[in-house]
Write a protein that binds this ligand. Sequence first.
Ligand code: PLP
Length: 435
Amino acid sequence: MNGARAGAFRPDESLALERDRADPLASYRARFHLPRRPDGRPAVYFCGNSLGAQPRGVADELRRDLDAWAERAVDAHFKGEAPWYGSHRAFRRVNGMLLGARDSETVLMNGLTVNLHLMMASFYRPGRGRSKILMEDCAFPSDTFAARSQIRWHGLDPDRELCIARPEEDEATVRTETILSLLEREGERIALVLLGGVNYYTGQSFDMARITRAARRAGCVVGYDLAHAVGNVELDLHDWGADFAVWCTYKYLNGGPGSVAGCFVHERHGGAADLPRLAGWWGNDPDRRFRMHLDSEFLPVKGADGWQVSNPPILALAPLRASLGLFEEAGMPALRAKSIALSGYLRSWVEHVADPRISILTPADARESGCQVSLRVRGEAQALFEALGTAGIVGDHRQPDVVRVAPVPLYNTFHEVWRFGRALRAWSRGGTGAV
Ligand SMILES: Cc1ncc(COP(=O)(O)O)c(C=O)c1O
């Protein structure tokens, strides 16, 4: 699967429109609210890698829980059409589909970084000569902060214990071979391999199957931050054998700003009641949860649920019923096929414009990338970002010199990529990009 940019590229608008007419997922776009430009014209929203668009079904789902709260208050936990108690279990099937996980292996709770800390409390256990954490260069800052603070929490020195896999000179992304050879050289001292499944900056998707295999062979624990991977690329966490993973739901999963995050714990750890963890009553055996002081011993419920700390935020979960339902309907294989085609088309536009200031950081091979295409714009990233904005195209600028654009298969179109290409060409030729 290489870029899926079949046939010679032609910049004709009619061809983009033709591809939209042939798109089997085209109808999903109408199920989203999409942002508009200040003058009311539709914007091209290529920022779903940051905050996904709002599914139209969200308001109804929220309304249902607001009504239950108004009408039943505390009784809504256990009574009514859809009692809140245990309702988090309804997400297991779709989580399983998105993550390649078994029923007991996932739970939605907290925020991503909180979940990362909870996972590291259980799975980063320096000792017996292993204390290092292997991460990729340019990991999302929150992950680096979490890892450094965990290392310090154990009384160790983050500068010594962090082991960073870096790109080769003059390359933008980290080679799998680099990670594998670090594991070979340093594996005995590495306690935890912690990688972003898809890197937020470059858009590189790691070969998680191969890396997980090698890391486990070296005796390391393996965890992934899947913020940019879930709902974007196909995942198979259970079979890959990852120990844990965390993700947020406000990007490709369209769960809303700050929506509830996810957590995967591999089945082989799910029954390990003696695994150290930061416990709370919601991770306790449900049969004892309400026996309060009669049964005050903590006996974690099996599976990822046993890492829950607090009772679930019902109103924050409601939008996810609408948004994740769309993934169940559309299915990841179809979404992925369209995503490869959309991002491939966008790459073709960038190559066609051939601006010497712009290079593409994201690997061309579809096995190593998702929706996002990261453009390095030497000296002019802010200028390009603003020009795209003037043309009604919403991407983002990440310091120092990267503009990220992410056509998302659930709601973006080939014609929108065509509009991006036209704006890029206009900017490159010295215009403002405004079209
Ligand atoms: C890769 C990655 N990790 C972690 C975070 C932080 O997530 P949260 O604020 O939900 O903890 C983000 C936020 O965008 C992210 O992109």
